[in-house]
Structure formats: structure tokens, C-alpha cells
Design a protein around this ligand. Structure first.
Ligand SMILES: NC(=O)c1ccc[n+]([C@@H]2O[C@H](COP(=O)([O-])OP(=O)(O)OC[C@H]3O[C@@H](n4cnc5c(N)ncnc54)[C@H](O)[C@@H]3O)[C@@H](O)[C@H]2O)c1
Length: 366
């Protein structure tokens, strides 16, 4: 593609600016239109970037009908992702959809089918995939050094980190902490091992912090979870323990772990550990001796982390633009993230019902 990649923005709230800044910095991209259901919001957004000639709309359907474009960023809240993504794909436009992929598993499957039918990219906005340390962990696990991975546990979590706005409104976000940062944890843990198919989930979700005026200023309007934990059985005899929190009285829910028959990886998650060189550890046996190794940054570390190459948001947007230019493949394919969404959906259903639930992945073949 020699001409500029023409991009439309659907939803012009908080995250849309993290799409716009990279787009505006690329010489090969032109943002041609934007829409938002709130009257005047898309106009204000475009004007802020001095795109005074680019038209604004209050509906993605109108925008996609009126303006020719190659790709869109879907930056709406979670419960409207499916509607906007499917509209764009049916209009023959490539899509970068923000995380989490959707609210329900059914919606996610419909999005994948729409992408296959249209033969257009559906990629999901998981910028941590481009994180320096994350790539190191992924590469060690992908090398097979751990042998058969049989147990995975997510870690991390926020001590105080309930976000404001639409994130705490069930009608708009669907999930709370589970969908917001839980989807990242699931991707971190399972992308590295090829996203085994989830079979059953037993989960609990609570909201003791968001509903308490001591910890959150507007408890009456807090309608989502702020903590969840789950045991997920996966195909191939893999067990996944998921934990996530927006608020708690601890610095971390523990370390992220992959246990294999030949070795293990641990990512230490407490705040004190974040910048330590020994944060990522590899454990194995050598000739009957137990060996612990710290995974180190390689020279030139500083150059690698410099904003131009190191900013994960820029990397995410660049990967989408490049994929549009070549008509694929999608950098983070919606089809792969279907298992992520299946786990979120399973945790949500299990926590609601108070019992273990089965996961039934919808048929996505055409
Ligand atoms: N990748 C990241 O780091 C990151 C960070 C923050 C948010 N997000 C994700 O981005 C999405 C949006 O989050 P946000 O903080 O920008 O929310 P927001 O509420 O600030 O913005 C969403 C915007 O979408 C608009 N909108 C809703 N439905 C629409 C529709 N059908 N058509 C057009 N516009 C519509 C809303 O009016 C609003 O302006 C969420 O899915 C969130 O999880 C990702």
C-alpha cells in the first residue's frame, strides 16, 4: 500500500488519545474521521488534533457509510465493542479493538466470525505483548525449556487502583477488575503456552472496596467486581489459578508462575521487586543440582527502552498499521483471544452462580 493508511476512531474517550498520539506521529497514517455517541465529543476530539476538516459522527454506522477508510480503532467501553467491531468488519474495514475483547463469549465469537467472513483483520489491543520483559519470558517458555507446563498462576494486582468513569459501571464495562486488568493477566499467562482450551471454571468475585466509602468516593454507583479468583481446568492437563484485584490490603497477590516438568519461571510482582534485575527467575536442575538463574536485560538495555522503540502503546499501534498495509496477519488475532474471553465469561458466570461452570466455545468456522 503506497498511499496513507486511512483510519477512523470509534469512541473518543480516555484511551482514544493513546491511539491518536501514535497515529498522528506516523507519516504513513491519516486519521480521516471519528465518532462518539455523545454529541459534540468526536468534533472536540478531532479539533484537539487540528483535524478540523475530518468529519465527525454520532454513530459508527453513519461514519462507516459516509467515509472511506482502511482501518478503525474501536475505543468504546466494553459492552459496545461487539456492535462497533462487527459494523466495521461488515463495512470491509480492518479493526483494532481495545481490551477486553468484549463482554460475553458469544459476542467475541460473533466478532471472530465477522472478521473471517470479511477477510479483514481483527486484532485486540494488548500492548503488554510488546513489553521488554514479557517478550523475554514468552521466548524462554516458547523454547520448551520448562518441559511440559502443567501449572500456571497469575500474580500482581493493585493495592489501591480502582479506575473511575465508565470502568465501574456494569452497563458500560460489563466486568470490573476482572475484565479491565484480568484480561491482561490471562494473556500474560496463557499466550506463552499457546492458549490451551479452557474446560471448566470455579470462581469467586467480590467488591468489598468499591462499595465502601472509606476506599471509594461513590459506592452507590459502583456496580462491578473489584477482586476475583478462579481455578480453571484446561485441555492437556494444565491448571490455571487466576487472581486479580483493583484494591486490597496487600502489596501483591503473589508471583506469576509457570511450573513445568523440566523448569519453571517466576515473575516477582511485589512493588519492591519491580525494578530489580532478579525480578524474572528461571529454575531448573542441571546434572542433579538445583539451579536458580536471574533473567537479565541485554546490552544495550537503555537503547532498547528508549521511547521511540520501547513505548508499548506505540508498538501496538505500529503493529496494527503494518498489518493493515499487508492485509494481515493480525498482530493479536481475535481468534486467539477467544479463549481469554471464554475464561472471563466463565469466571463471571461461575461467580454469579456460586458453582463450577463448563466452558463451551462457540463454533467459529464458516
Ligand atoms: N489498552 C489500555 O491500556 C486501555 C486503557 C484504558 C482503557 N482501555 C479500554 O478502552 C475502552 C474504552 O475505555 P475508556 O477509558 O476510553 O472509556 P471512556 O468511557 O472514557 O470512553 C469510551 C467512549 O466510547 C463512546 N462510545 C460508547 N459506545 C459507543 C458507540 N456505540 N459508538 C461510538 N462511541 C461510543 C463513549 O461515549 C465514550 O466517549 C475500554 O474497553 C477499556 O477497557 C484500554
Amino acid at each position: 500500500m503506497d498511499k496513507k493508511v486511512r483510519i477512523g476512531i470509534i469512541g473518543t474517550g480516555g484511551i482514544s488519545h493513546a491511539h491518536m498520539r501514535p497515529y498522528m506521529s506516523y507519516g504513513d497514517v491519516e486519521v480521516v474521521a471519528a465518532c462518539d455517541i455523545v454529541p459534540g465529543k468526536a468534533r472536540e476530539f478531532l479539533d484537539k488534533y487540528e483535524l478540523t476538516k475530518a468529519p465527525d459522527f454520532e454513530s459508527c454506522h453513519e461514519m462507516l457509510k459516509a467515509v472511506e477508510m482502511d482501518g478503525v480503532s474501536v475505543c468504546t467501553y466494553n459492552t459496545t465493542h461487539a456492535e462497533c467491531v462487527i459494523a466495521a468488519l461488515e463495512a470491509g474495514v480492518h479493526v483494532l479493538c481495545e481490551k477486553p475483547m468484549s463482554f460475553t463469549l458469544r459476542e467475541a465469537a460473533d466478532m471472530v466470525v465477522a472478521s473471517k467472513k470479511a477477510k479483514k483483520i481483527l486484532t485486540i489491543g494488548f500492548q503488554p505483548r510488546y513489553d521488554f520483559w514479557r517478550k523475554k519470558v514468552d521466548s524462554i517458555i516458547a523454547s520448551g525449556a520448562l518441559g511440559k507446563v502443567y501449572y500456571i498462576q497469575s500474580g500482581g494486582g493493585r493495592r489501591r487502583g480502582i479506575p473511575s468513569g465508565t470502568f465501574v459501571d456494569k452497563e458500560k464495562a460489563g466486568y470490573g477488575c476482572l475484565g479491565d486488568i484480568g484480561c491482561y493477566s490471562i494473556d500474560e499467562c496463557l499466550h506463552a503456552v499457546g492458549y490451551p482450551k479452557p474446560l471448566t471454571v470455579s470462581a469467586v468475585a467480590t467488591n468489598y472496596f468499591g462499595t465502601n466509602p472509606k476506599y471509594w468516593p461513590d459506592p452507590e454507583n459502583f456496580s462491578v467486581d473489584d477482586f476475583s479468583v478462579a481455578l480453571v481446568r484446561m485441555e492437556g492437563d494444565v491448571t490455571f489459578i487466576f487472581k486479580q484485584s483493583w484494591a486490597m490490603h496487600a502489596d501483591s497477590l503473589g508471583d506469576t508462575l509457570w511450573l513445568g516438568t523440566e523448569g519453571a519461571i517466576k515473575v516477582k510482582n511485589s512493588f519492591d521487586e519491580l525494578n530489580k534485575p532478579s525480578r524474572v527467575m528461571y529454575y531448573t536442575d542441571v546434572d542433579g543440582n538445583q539451579v536458580d538463574s536471574a533473567v537479565l536485560a541485554s546490552y544495550p538495555f537503555d537503547a532498547y527502552m528508549a521511547p521511540a522503540e520501547g513505548d508499548i502503546f506505540y508498538a501496538k499501534m505500529r503493529a496494527f498499521v503494518d498489518a493493515v498495509k499487508t492485509n494481515g496477519p493480525a498482530p493479536v488475532p481475535g481468534e486467539e483471544i477467544l479463549h481469554n474471553q471464554a475464561i472471563l465469561d466463565g469466571i463471571y458466570r461461575s461467580a454469579l452462580s456460586g458453582s463450577e461452570v463448563e466452558i463451551d466455545i462457540p463454533n467459529i468456522s464458516l
